[in-house]
Design a protein around this ligand. Sequence first.
Ligand code: NAP
Length: 315
Amino acid sequence: MRILVLGGNGFVGRAVVNDALAQGAEVTSFSRGLSGTPLPAAVTQLTGDRETGDYDALRTGEWDAVVDLSGFRTRDVDQAMAVLGDRAGRYVFVSSHAVYVRDLPAGTDETAPRREPLRDADVLTNDTYGPCKVACEDDVVERYGGRATIVRPGRVTGPGDSSGTALYWIRRGARGGRVALPTKPEAPLQLVDSRDVARLITRLVADDRSGAYNAIGPDSTIAELIRTAADLSGTSVDIVPVPFDAVPPRFPLIDPESEWGERRRNPAKARAAGMPVTPLRTTVADVLRWDHDRGTPPLDIGLTPDQEEQLLASH
Ligand SMILES: NC(=O)c1ccc[n+]([C@@H]2O[C@H](COP(=O)([O-])OP(=O)(O)OC[C@H]3O[C@@H](n4cnc5c(N)ncnc54)[C@H](OP(=O)(O)O)[C@@H]3O)[C@@H](O)[C@H]2O)c1
């Protein structure tokens, strides 16, 4: 099996590369070569830039599948598809759960309504990212038909997740003490382990499956995430709910209650296709170990210990 990973040196891409190598695939990665640490020597690395339309490195070669993790606007997928044509047997587009309309009830699956497509946007924001992914999905399905596969991850974490979103709460639990939580402890989460997303992708390729798949993790809650990290670190926490508006907007993993249904999507289709379910405890343990090994660099997300202490003093 020959797999071309667009964005193989990114967070999720690296998990796909590792899983594909473990399955015995020949792996090629295409990127600007700027992100992350070096990839394994077995990976053929090609350099280009989707922003400037530089796909020269992809003008030769044949792959059983391309896995696109760096497509965000229609021009990205359109240019890649034009260059690759039928030299790629299957096009796996890594989309997002952000394609779905907001405020859906709990339990919806891949047939849930999507947002209106947007073909381009100067800046990707909460309002444009999902609609741009919708338009990309449509273009990929139109060009590759039954050879198109769409994977829609929820919030992903795992070793290598430097975004800080889940890591803020994992570190916070590990530190122990009084934790300021700007939501209810039972706020739902379905964090998915990057290695489970990767396994789903390599299975879909191996089994030649088309269609859309929600890649989401086990049901948990924000309190479970914090307590799991505390337990694994030998600390204990006292979770103190604080008002939603007492912290900056877009606080990591904190959404209004009206959006909680988005954290209880139905993962049955992906699981039936072979997506494993790494227990939250394993994911958190592996993130803590990875973060420790890289020297726990400062995060520019969430509250600093001083800010949190001040907030707790007034609640
Ligand atoms: N992480 C999540 O929680 C999450 C959730 C839902 C969906 N997703 C989707 O999963 C995909 C991967 O996400 P991620 O978190 O792994 O992202 P990431 O770590 O930022 O990786 C992005 C990858 O794209 C490459 N890239 C960026 N700009 C490029 C350019 N102009 N030309 C060529 N390559 C470029 C990067 O390599 P270079 O910098 O070396 O070019 C890197 O390999 C994305 O499509 C994202 O929308 C992620």
